[in-house]
Design a protein around this ligand. Sequence first.
Ligand SMILES: Nc1ncnc2c1ncn2[C@@H]1O[C@H](COP(=O)(O)OP(=O)(O)OP(=O)(O)O)[C@@H](O)[C@H]1O
Ligand SMILES: [Mg+2]
Length: 267
Amino acid sequence: MSTPAILVDNVTVHYGEVLALDSASLSLDAARICGLIGMNGSGKSTLFKVIMGMVKPDAGSVLIGGQSPSKARKEGGIGYVPQSEDVDWQFPLSVRDVVMMGRYGHQGFTRRPSKADRAAVDEALDRVELGEYAGRQIGQLSGGQKKRAFVARGIAQGATMMLLDEPFAGVDKRSEATISRLLRELASDGCTILISTHDLHAMPALCDEAVLLMRRVLMHGAPELVLQPENLAMAFGLDVLNRDLPAADPASADADAADAARAENRS
Ligand SMILES: Nc1ncnc2c1ncn2[C@@H]1O[C@H](COP(=O)(O)OP(=O)(O)OP(=O)(O)O)[C@@H](O)[C@H]1O
Ligand SMILES: [Mg+2]
């Protein structure tokens, strides 16, 4: 059996008192596009951060192609498109600087870009159709352009895995189509892709498989199966048979609120 590209084994994460992941397990093969869905607060961003090695689990383990996350990250194997809320958009970096960050692992201590580094950055910017914005401060891009800049960073890096945290949030159809096309191209070149999204309609066309998260992995399988209404009801914390609960919009539901509503209904 081949080594999984991502192996998350019984991972638990707390932030202080808050339980963000509760024995979450996930195994993902290489060159697949996997969609991650779950309500607000269900632990999607935390799962990305654990896979990146940015958050250490309280229990359980993560292996990236059989390596520790920190080693995989040091070797430049993981590209990361963070959720917009996790980025300081005021930071004085141009679009080109952000994409060049993907080349740090290829540079020596001086971090002086070589001709090859500059060529890789130009090519990545062209692929995401941002060449003309290269000199602009990163915060002065539209939502969709910002996402594409981070995708370009992963491409310049030569990442074999891309983690995209809500790349379609606040993005128009053109940017969404550009990003989706790029992800398909990257996957067919062997890149493993994990992507969180609230755009349930776009999932079957883009993703080979889907994961339902509610602090733990409730389900992992073909998108058509995972997106069955009864499965969505389970993941979004809605008791569809209980009419006292508000008919919440799954995309804007919240894990803590759902817990509170359930607790209130029990009392
Ligand atoms: N830095 C932090 N400090 C304290 N609690 C946190 C922190 N980051 C996340 N949390 C909490 O951990 C839980 C999981 O958060 P996380 O950001 O992983 O969810 P999410 O599924 O990405 O949500 P969203 O759809 O809103 O992006 C939430 O209850 C959240 O409030
Ligand atoms: Mg999130």
